[in-house]
Design a binder for this molecule. Structure first.
Ligand code: ARG
Length: 593
């Protein structure tokens, strides 16, 4: 079997041990095959198989005498040879320590050097990712920012693996709030049909209409009447609604452009007719029950917890109805296999219920997965809800602007404005500003709340985007100073390949080897912080390597006297994997900063 740059070592080892265990214990049904990383002590090898203990238990249950050490030895004896494995040792109470083969690793990294960073192969699936999803006319707040950043990065991981990904913006563009917005629009801009109203600040417009709605009974009545007319698709009302949506969309798009987010608008209104259909279907199948005038649906017969409200007592539809229609559309029309929702943790119960009811109604089949990607709240540095000094909610555009300002300050503080061209400085400024905001979010376990702090995220020490971007430019500058072009490097690679002679070269190489396994893990559990931790691990291993191993030797006058090409190759592979990982996190890299 040929070895490619995209091989997932841990999965290959799993295969090897599956074969070994099956041949040592053919009469055991589903024996455990557990492979893990070994941790920091090189004595314990690179990976570990801890199956012997579990198997020994299974044998005991069958009244077969054994002890884990003996089981480990049996597995060892049956292990097929593999180019990945240098040797296996039995240790302690029956651990199998696996040492990765150096020639194999050299070969893998060489193939990355020659052919680029390629994804490990996966079974193709269609994945629908519902993320960002702000509400029209209301503000897009930091919670939506989190959803946008996390959702985009999830799409990037899956796209890298060549899944068929559909990025959906489930905009809140259909609801009773449009009644008061339209009524207010009619008063403020009576000729809105012919002259596009100059609404520059939709949030202020929203506030004005909300105020009238709360204080003026007459207005309130009109607002309700507007909702009815909108729902029955009266053309003037649709025009007004479209106008308002458009203003919002343009605002959202500014954020997406800056953060380089691709997403398709498909708001709740898209499901308007499909809601009728799904309600009819649920009614016919007998899943809807009356409850104080409304129609509800329970997750199962036990009627525990809370039900979905599918139809309100006034006949209107709800957030639940639109999500039932949406999931049905994603199954039937989009032919999705996997459905991912990225919202704040508070909506988990909603999506668990949608999942359960869609399954109960036969919309979802067993092999289709619904995954809820929840995240915690964004807090200010005072650990309270993130607000401006005056207590207002923070506008995302202002936040991004502040990021730009702070990142420029930081670059100037370091004197970078004197070395970089204006164009390079601007690129660095944007890469740092948006990169640091994204990375701060992604590098924390998403289920936890997180404290938004520009000071922390712009620190050039520790696990931050700034640190990684600097580390990367430093690596990139090594070949530049050596004046070795990529062509030269590739020509050398063809001749000699990569060779790891020094201990710290070997250590770095083994970290790089793990890229496919990290990517596959993230693509399954959708926790991006492990990719961030991995990036940090790479740059730490690189620092150690670079401290101990010179790549270019210079004499006293600074003239280059010796170039160690194998090490420059290792630098190149390191940079490529870091760049790929950063790209997956949605972070732009720069060659100089
Ligand atoms: N608009 C919602 C909010 O702002 C999020 C929508 C999430 N997606 C969905 N299919 N319900 O909280």
């Amino acid at each position: 079997k040929s070895v490619e740059g995209n091989v997932c070592v841990i999965d290959e080892l799993k295969n090897v041990f599956e074969v070994a265990i099956a041949s040592a214990y053919p009469y055991l049904e589903k024996p455990p095959v557990a492979i893990t990383l070994s941790g920091n002590n090189p004595k314990f090898g690179d990976y570990q198989c801890n199956s012997a203990m579990g198997i020994s238990q299974l044998l005991k249950a069958k009244n077969i005498k054994s002890n884990p050490r003996e089981v480990a030895n049996n597995i060892l004896n049956k292990a097929p040879t593999s180019p990945l494995i240098e040797r296996i040792e039995v240790a302690g109470a029956g651990f199998l320590n696996i040492f990765v083969n150096k020639a194999f690793t050299e070969h893998v990294l060489n193939s990355i050097l020659r052919f680029g960073v390629k994804p490990p192969p996966v079974k193709k699936e269609r994945v629908i990712v519902d993320f960002s999803s702000p509400n029209i006319a209301k503000e897009m707040h930091v919670g939506h920012l989190r959803s946008t950043i996390i959702g985009d990065s999830i799409c990037r991981v899956l796209e890298f693996l060549d899944y068929d990904v559909l990025r959906i913006n489930h905009l809140g563009d259909w609801g009773t709030q449009f009644g008061m917005l339209i009524a207010h629009l009619q008063d403020k801009f009576p000729n809105f049909k012919t002259h596009s109203p100059p609404i520059s600040d939709l949030q202020a417009f929203y506030k004005e209409s909300k105020k009238r709605f709360d204080e003026d009974e007459e207005f309130k009545k009109r607002a309700y009447a507007c909702v009815v007319k909108l729902q029955s698709h009266e053309s003037d009302y649709i025009t007004a609604w479209k106008l308002i949506c458009e203003v919002s969309r343009q605002e959202f798009q500014k954020i997406y452009d800056r953060l380089d987010i691709k997403i398709i608008d498909r708001g709740e209104s898209f499901y308007h007719d499909r809601m009728h259909v799904v309600v009819k279907l649920l009614k016919e199948k007998g899943f809807l029950e009356e409850d104080e005038g409304r129609l509800i649906m329970w997750a199962d017969e036990k009627r525990e917890g809370i039900p979905l409200t599918v139809v309100k007592s006034d006949g209107g539809y709800t957030y639940d109805t639109s999500d039932m229609a949406a999931i049905r559309q994603r199954v039937e029309e989009e032919k999705g296999d996997r459905f991912i929702y990225v919202t704040d943790a508070g909506q988990q119960t909603h999506f668990v219920l949608i999942d359960a009811c869609a399954r109960r109604a036969g919309i979802l089949k067993d092999d289709q997965k619904v995954e809820f990607v929840g995240f915690g709240v964004v807090l200010g540095e005072d650990k309270k809800k993130f607000k401006t000094r005056s207590g207002d909610t923070i506008k995302l555009i202002d936040l991004l602007d502040e990021g730009l300002k702070r990142s420029l300050d930081k670059l100037v503080e370091k004197g970078r404005d004197k070395v970089l061209t204006p164009e390079e400085l601007k690129q660095a400024q944007e890469a740092v500003a948006y990169g640091c905001i994204k990375y701060a979010d992604l590098s924390h376990n998403r289920v936890n709340d997180y404290v938004f702090s520009f000071d922390k995220m712009l620190d050039d020490k520790g696990n931050t985007a700034v640190y990684l971007l600097y580390a990367l430019t430093r690596i990139r500058s090594i070949a530049r100073t050596a004046q070795v072009s990529l062509e030269q490097l590739l020509a050398e690679a063809k001749k000699t390949g990569l060779k790891f002679n020094h201990e710290s070269e070997w250590k770095l190489a083994k970290v790089l080897l793990r890229f496919p396994e990290i990517i596959l893990k993230v693509s399954k559990d959708l926790y991006l912080h492990s990719l961030c931790e991995y990036l940090y691990e790479i740059s730490s291993a690189f620092t150690e390597f670079y401290d101990k191993c010179y790549c270019v030797e210079k004499d006293k006058e600074g003239k280059i006297v010796n170039i160690i090409y194998e090490r420059l190759m290792l630098c190149e592979v390191t940079a490529r994997i870091m760049e790929k990982a950063l790209e997956i996190l949605g972070i732009k890299t720069v060659s100089k900063m």
